[in-house]
Design a binder for this molecule. Sequence first.
Ligand code: NDP
Length: 291
Amino acid sequence: MSAKILDGKSLAQNLRNHLKDEVAALKEETGLVPHLVNVMVGNNHSACAYAKAQEKAAEVIGIQYELQTLPEDVPFNDLCDCVQRLSEDETVNGIMIHKPVPAHIEYSSVAQYVDTGKDLEGINVTNIGKMLLGETKIIPCTPAAVMEHIKSTGVDLYGKEAVIVGHSVIVGKPLSLLLLEQFATVTVCHVATSEAGRLEEHVRRADILVVAVGKPSVIKGDWIKDGAIVIDVGINQIQDKIVGDVEFNAAKKKAAFITPVPGGVGPVTAVMLMRNGIEAFKAQLRKKGQL
Ligand code: NDP
């Protein structure tokens, strides 16, 4: 068997086209388009590349996108003031704070200054709580991208064994809720699972395997269950090459579907940010009776 490769670029393009139509319809009805602001501290190269990808996605979709750059040594309070001002600005519909931030800034503290209704990344405590209750359409971007890839396979998750490797706040934990919502039986593995020597046994029974660790080859190709869906979120630089966390060539002989790295989850993540922006915009318009 050779797995079908889940091409993130073409999935992202389809999703962008869909969002473009939605924004055009909203503009027709209200005369307005979403206005999103990305706050970046310093000039980190990889952060800039992601910001460029966002800018491009926004342009294609018809969203007004603004990058506000603050100096690397910006005081914590000044950054919080900036985010607070954007939160109070009626013309701004969505806000994100670009990662990484310098060491003197505690990301989670600044993130709480983002108005919950403008939280593009869906990571504000209120939005995480609403997600648990199934009361929001603003979903953390990477888990949302994983779910879009799984949806694109057409496989029904009801009763399936889903195994997530990695339990971070931005990927593994919120993803476990999204998979549960689809009635998958969810197992979340982490460093202690590996230390207990039990990672392989969990991976071997996964109908859906999602790996978000950040260690190349942490998942061996021969552990993959025949016919599984494998979503590799990991990004690792090995010399001049980017690889994921799963041994791709061996895994694709056993899986039914697999995402490549690069070109799998990454391109879809940027589009999910735009989708959150549109959802935030719509909710704000509804609140004002404009939609
Ligand atoms: P974190 O470092 O926050 O989390 C990594 C997780 O992996 C932790 O839960 C950790 O467990 C677990 N872990 C570490 N070693 C092992 C091991 N040997 N066996 C099992 N679990 C282990 O990373 P992120 O969640 O932020 O990111 C994970 C990867 O995904 C990175 O490569 C990152 O670059 C990539 N990424 C890709 C995105 C995309 O859009 N494509 C977006 C976001 C991230 P513990 O905490 O217990 O140590």
